[in-house]
Design a protein around this ligand. Structure first.
Ligand SMILES: Nc1ncnc2c1ncn2[C@@H]1O[C@H](COP(=O)(O)OP(=O)(O)OP(=O)(O)O)[C@@H](O)[C@H]1O
Ligand SMILES: [Mg+2]
Length: 570
């Protein structure tokens, strides 16, 4: 029964995480964010720092979020460790992820699970202050987690695992910009018409994610679809902090830096940059504003004065140019990412660009970023919804409500396929023949691509991947009879004909399926040249989109078997 369904949405962010919830029986549901977090200084803060600090003696004990002391030996940014395949921008000092991993008391997935479990328990306590505790306990709970659109499927899956490890099931995933889109379209005061295109740019702490949507229908409910493959990168606000660190290092020189870096004075300065300076910077030179000038205090450090660079009495006077140096490369990257989306939309729509750009996420609320985007696109309306920071958790909760706006289809961000043995063609496949042991045929290994980048994937669709497989007599007779199919992905522009060896081509996941219980008559008996028996089975892997992740089942002779497990490795 819908009546007692409690939907809990978790926005597990690189720097801040939030939770919003709603009861499925509410009419005109409006998700409620958890806005009381331990250690939070402001009132009504919808997110808590994604930080955890383990007890060295007993890693089962930990403190988290705003309760972690600034100087504690804490772990932050661990969300990024879930997807080591993402590339960092060039202007960021190399982040040694392997070293970081070695230093951790647990795996990134386990740390994520601990953190998620902690914020979830806190959320339940908070919900129980507003609604009867017994009722909250009794409610059937459904969880929805937002994940960056640019993430690898392996990283999305790792988030799912972490949620399950924390005891949160059933759980679904939604792409962060998609969640934002659902909230914005509900809340923003713009009248969207059929055919309108808008870009959602979620600029957070770690990632900047972009997805473009076209309005298909406005009534009875808003329906939108992705127009082109989503894009993004690691251009989040954390980069500003890293660049601030580099700027301070340059200001004080290598020698003073080694003492300053671990000191309280620097930690305070870094926190001042994070909390006030970068948020207050609006790019200066507005008619109604004085030039930006910010004072960074390194007290109690004892730094040598460097008046030419604005460092006197342990205080650095940061002028507009200093901040521009920090912001510009990062903003430049975001502008490039936005431009890529805008251009893709234009190509797809025969020259017509998006009507709106919606900016969400913490960094998305930055005035300088907004200004730069507006300057670049005079014919696109750029909007920052007022509650942009909490938009993702609220939108994720809305996505589970049947009465709300829906995203009907996604645009594939890569090619998906499998490697198959195919009859050798002397001209086309020159130099690639081999004899297939089981059948004795001369074959070559080719790629069979089922989904191409840009394909429109209907959320409700079941997409068949037809596969032919041979099995030896021995395999066929063993009790534990398995089918293993590596699913490949390619981010090359053109899907390659053969398995390739570049970075853009790799195993997406290993699909595993036990065939032991399948009726034996489905396997057709054959005899090869050497009078050996082998068996052939024609099957369909059926792909369905489960939120932001693909799931598979197996179909043989029209019968569906729910026995496929996808194994991801980072
Ligand atoms: N006005 C601002 N200008 C620049 N950065 C800001 C501003 N306001 C907040 N931020 C930064 O935004 C980040 C928080 O935003 P958000 O909560 O959207 O990110 P996240 O969810 O933690 O990261 P991600 O979505 O990349 O995993 C923090 O790094 C914060 O410093
Ligand atoms: Mg985020």
């Amino acid at each position: 029964m819908d009546d007692s369904r409690l939907i809990i949405a978790v926005d597990f962010g690189t720097t801040y995480s939030g939770i919003a919830y709603c009861f499925a029986n509410q009419r005109n549901s409006c998700p409620i964010p958890i806005d009381n977090w331990p250690g939070a200084t402001g009132i009504d803060v919808p997110k808590t720092p994604t930080v955890i600090c383990y007890d060295k003696q007993n890693p089962r004990n930990f403190v988290w979020g705003g309760s972690v002391e600034p100087q504690a030996d804490s772990i932050s940014d661990f969300k990024l460790l879930l997807d080591p395949s993402q590339k960092w921008p060039e202007y960021i000092p190399i982040i040694n992820i392997t070293k970081k991993l070695e230093e951790l008391p647990k795996s990134p997935t386990e740390i994520t699970a601990d953190f998620i479990g902690a914020i979830y328990n806190h959320a339940i306590e908070e919900i129980s202050k507003k609604f009867p505790r017994d009722y909250v306990q009794l409610c059937r709970k459904e969880y929805i987690f937002s994940v960056p659109a640019v993430w690898s499927d392996a990283a999305k899956y790792a988030t799912l695992k972490a949620a399950q490890m924390a005891g949160l099931t059933p759980v679904q995933l939604i792409k962060e910009p998609e969640a934002a889109a659902l909230w914005i379209t509900k809340k923003l005061n713009v009248a969207l018409n059929s055919g309108d295109i808008f870009v959602v740019c979620d600029a957070g702490g770690g990632t900047v994610d972009l997805v473009s949507y076209e309005v298909e229908n406005t009534s009875p409910q808003l329906q939108v679809k992705e127009v082109v493959p989503g894009t993004g990168g690691m251009a989040g606000s954390l980069n500003l902090n890293k660049r601030f660190e580099c700027a301070v290092k340059e200001l004080v020189g290598e020698k003073q830096w080694s003492a300053l870096h671990p000191s309280k004075g620097f930690q305070r300065a870094a926190s001042q940059f994070e909390k006030e300076i970068k948020k207050g910077f609006h790019g200066g030179s507005d008619d109604d504003c004085f030039d930006d000038e910010f004072y960074v205090n390194f007290y109690p450090a004892k730094l040598a004065d460097n008046p030419n660079c604005g460092l006197e009495s342990n205080t650095w006077t940061m002028v507009e140019d200093d901040l521009m140096d920090i912001f510009n490369p990062v903003i430049g990257d975001i502008l490039k990412l936005i431009n890529e989306q805008v251009e893709r939309v234009k190509v797809k729509m025969g020259g017509e660009g998006p009507k709106y750009i919606f900016l969400v996420g913490g960094f998305g609320s930055n005035r300088y970023l907004m200004k730069r985007i507006m300057n670049k696109y005079s014919n696109i309306e750029v909007l920052q919804p007022p509650d942009a920071w909490a938009a993702i958790a609220k939108g994720a909760a809305l996505s589970r409500m049947s009465s709300e706006a829906t995203v009907t289809s996604l645009s594939a961000t890569r090619h998906y396929g499998i490697a198959v043995s195919s009859m050798y063609d002397e001209i086309e496949d020159q130099g690639r023949p081999f004899r297939e042991a089981i059948t004795g045929r001369i074959v070559t290994t080719k790629m069979l691509w089922y989904i191409h980048t840009g394909d429109n994937l209907l959320k409700s669709a079941r997409i068949p991947f037809p596969v032919l497989r041979h099995f030896t007599q021995h395999e066929y007779e063993t009790k534990d009879f398995w089918l293993f199919i590596p699913l490949f992905e390619s981010q090359e522009e053109t899907a390659p004909r053969y398995p390739s060896e570049n970075e853009a081509f790799r195993v997406n996941c290993e699909l595993m399926c036990s065939l032991s219980k399948m009726p034996k008559h489905l396997f057709k008996k054959h005899i090869n040249k050497h009078k050996q028996t082998y068996y052939l089975v024609a099957l369909n892997l059926i792909m369905t989109l489960e939120g932001a992740l693909m799931t598979f089942s197996l179909e043989i002779d029209g019968v569906l078997y729910d026995c496929v497990e996808a194994k991801y490795s980072a």
